[in-house]
Each structure stands twice: as C-alpha cells, then as structure tokens.
Write a protein that binds this ligand. Structure first.
Ligand code: HGY
Ligand code: MN
Ligand code: MN
Length: 424
C-alpha cells in the first residue's frame, strides 16, 4: 500500500453524472417490466452489445483516454500517468448482460471507472501511474460459455483461438466471426503483455446479504467455485397416446428428474451449495410427441472446492443410473469450471479500512457470482467492492441499487484507486 495519508481524502465523485451515464447505457437493449422496473438485454457480441460498446468507447474518447482493443474484444482505456514506465492501476468490469438483466450488473463498475477519471481530471490530479478503465468481453457467458471469457483470455487462462471458436448457445454463431461483425476484433495481443499494478472492481452484490445486514459496503474476500455442465439426453420419440409407459425412453422426464435431483443435492450438501437448471430445451417440443431429445444446463457452485467436487461426482453417478433405468443416452459437456478464488488480503484490508474511513458500514463476504476480478486476481493484486442489491435481485430487470449506495461504492473505489495510483 502507498503511505498511509490519503492523497485526496475529501475528493468525491459526482453521483448525478454517474447516474446519467448508467441510465444512458441502460437505454441500449432496454426492457421494461409491468410495474415500472426496467433492465437490459445486451447479450455478448450482439448488435445491442456493439451499441453499448460504442457508447462507452465514445465516453472514453471524450475523456481523452487512449483506447486499446485486444484480439478477444476486451477494451482498455488509459489515462496517462507522469511515469509511463509504471504499470497501470486498472478499474474494470463488463457491459454485456444476460438476456433479462439489470442496468447495474457490470455496467456500474465500468462507468464508475469513467466517473473517477473525470473526477481526477476536474481536480487536476496527476498521478505517476497510468489509470486504466476496462470492459471485458462476454463476462456473462450466457451466449458464449464459459463466463468471464474475455478476462480469462486477457490473463492467459484461456487460449485465444479456443475462445474465438466458441459457438453461441442461442444461434450457433462462432465467437470470432461475431467479434469481426460488430467491429471489435482488436489488434492488441492476448494475453496482456503488461499486467496491471492492481485491479479493483466495483459491483452490485446481486444477492440478499448486505441488505439483510443493513450494510453499505461489501468487502469481498473471494469468489466461490463455479461448475457449468451441459447435459444432452437422447431418447426415442413416440406417440403420446399409443406408447405404454413401460416402453418409453423419455428425455423430458429425465431432464425433470435431473432438475429435481439438483435441488435435492443442494439440500443434502448444505447451505453453501447452490444448484441451478437454467436452460432446458426439448425436441420436437410438441404436445403429443414423447420427445426424442432434451438438453439442459446445470450450474453448481460452492465456496468449498472439495464439496463442489462431491456435488459433481454425485450428479455424474445419478446421470449414469438414469441412463440405465430409462434406456436413454446421456452425454455431458463442461461449459465452465473455476475453483474458488481468494483476493489479495492487503487489497481486501484496503477496501475495508477505506470504507470505514469514509464512514460506511462494512462486512466481509464471498461473492456468489463470478466476476472478471477473479481472473485478474491471477496476475495482480485484486479487490472487489460490493454495494447492496434491493431485494437481493439480479439477473432480473427489477435489479436495483439505491443512488446513495452507488455513491458510497464509487467513492470507496475512488479512494482505493488513489491509494494505488500514488498520486503526486
Ligand atoms: O454467472 C455468473 O456468476 C456471472 O454473472 N457471470
Ligand atoms: Mn457481473
Ligand atoms: Mn451477471
């Protein structure tokens, strides 16, 4: 850490300016709900994602930042420091969303970074280190698995060519072609040749913990392990009326049995285990046809790697039994697999002491969601700052975080970044 005396303890962000940018980006791929709630649909590398990228890159240019786009479409904007030989402090997150997402997930972290650049510029604060603001490609992984795809390539955790060959779950498009189509196949090599000095990500909690404890700032100690599996079940299509139950090989029944098993597994393994069947497809999906095929995804997560492996083992054994008992073929593909991550203790402490110095309540927690920070933690000291989510909701257009909490989180981010920037 830099010396203890904060560089500009009274400096603070302009919350109205930040909220204006959040709302402006939120208009791209906007989805309105029946009760005034509204969110976003900007799946990775779609036209909506391109429009969101273009808007944010435009703001980066207006701030006089140097823009770099790498070969997987990650965008890194740089505010020059007085000593360019020093590695940059990076603020980052993502601006792609799930199909029924909110307007804060990821976007808050990127736009808070731009707000901090504008705040430093307005205050005439020069820094020795460059300051970078980045958004990473396809953090959500909904369309192109795995999640955190762009930041994984950025840190060298996923081979670029392998990433470019990933095929979209929705329309079968190849990632590399979509990147070219939207104009973000950049010329900067991956993985990065210059790891940041430090990485800090401001993000909404996306769960109920901070709100339940009435706490303003989440001091994130790490991220839980993630296991995504796609399961394909091949049975035999048959007439719904004429085929006796004993002669059926029914993939839809198997998909339902797997979803029920996943729920039972979480009860058996205890509170830290979560399990989700998020996608189920049945073919031919007709009322009077016993299906020929079903495909579904299982998302298992746990803070304890050993228990997560046990969950995976139990599911695999269940699939074998089911294939045998129902006379179907079951195949699995791993879509994502990340072990739990712990952030740099000194950076975690810095977030906590900074938040408390600013007078905010804090609590430590592990992140239930995956984040780009868990990838950057592989190459530099990394920390995350959480703000509360109203009703613990996210990946839902009703996702919301109060302005007062956004302001608190962004000011903590500002002070943490100032500590790392070694402002002159
Ligand atoms: O899946 C996740 O946790 C993140 O939203 N990509
Ligand atoms: Mn996110
Ligand atoms: Mn998300």
């Amino acid at each position: 850490m830099a010396d203890e005396t904060p560089a500009a303890p009274d400096l603070h962000i302009d919350i109205e300016r930040l909220l204006t940018r959040i709302d402006a980006l939120g208009q791209i791929g906007r989805i309105d709900g029946p009760n005034g709630e509204w969110g976003n649909a900007r799946l990775a590398l779609t036209d909506a994602d391109r429009a969101g990228r273009d808007l944010v890159v435009g703001w980066m240019r207006e701030l006089g930042m140097e823009i770099a786009v790498d070969a997987i479409g990650n965008v890194v904007a740089t505010r020059a420091g007085s000593d360019p030989s020093l590695s940059a402090v990076m603020i980052g997150s993502h601006i792609d969303t799930v199909g029924t997402g909110g307007r804060f997930d990821g976007n808050l972290g990127v736009l808070a970074g731009l707000e901090i650049v504008e705040t430093l510029d307005a205050a005439g604060l020069a820094a020795e280190r460059p300051l970078q603001v980045a958004f990473f490609t396809d953090e959500e992984g909904s369309r192109f698995a795995p999640d955190m795809l762009g930041s994984q390539v950025y840190v060298g955790g996923l081979d670029l060519e392998q990433a470019l060959d990933v095929v979209a779950a929705d329309d079968g498009a190849r990632l590399g072609e979509e990147l070219v189509r939207i104009g973000y196949a950049g010329d900067v090599e991956c993985p990065t040749a210059r790891p940041p000095h430090a990485f800090v990500e401001l993000h909404i909690e996306q769960g109920p913990i901070l709100e339940a404890d009435d706490v303003t700032i989440g001091v994130v100690e790490g991220v839980q392990g993630i296991s995504w599996t796609e399961i394909v079940i091949i049975g035999q299509s048959a007439h719904a009326g004429t085929t006796p139950m004993r002669l059926r090989h029914d993939p839809a029944f198997c998909a339902a049995a797997i979803a029920t098993y996943v729920r039972d597994l979480t009860h058996h393994l205890g509170s830290d285990q979560v399990g989700t069947v998020g996608r189920i497809e049945v073919h031919p999906n007709l009322v009077n046809v016993v299906p020929a095929r079903a495909a579904l995804t299982v998302d298992l997560r746990n803070t304890d790697e050993r228990v997560l492996q046990e969950a995976e083992g139990r599911l695999s054994a269940f699939l074998e039994e089911l294939a045998e008992s129902e006379g179907v073929q079951i195949s699995t593909t791993t879509l994502a697999r990340f072990e739990p991550v712990e952030f740099d203790p000194a950076m975690v402490d810095l977030v906590e002491t900074t938040a408390r110095r600013l007078g905010h309540s804090t609590r430590r927690l592990s992140s239930g969601a995956g984040h780009d920070a868990q990838m950057l933690a592989r190459i530099c000291p990394t920390a995350m700052i959480f703000t509360p989510s109203v009703n613990g909701l996210s990946h839902n257009i009703a996702e919301f975080t109060e302005a007062v909490d956004i302001e608190a989180g962004a000011n903590v981010l500002l002070q943490v970044v100032l500590d790392q920037l070694e402002v002159g």
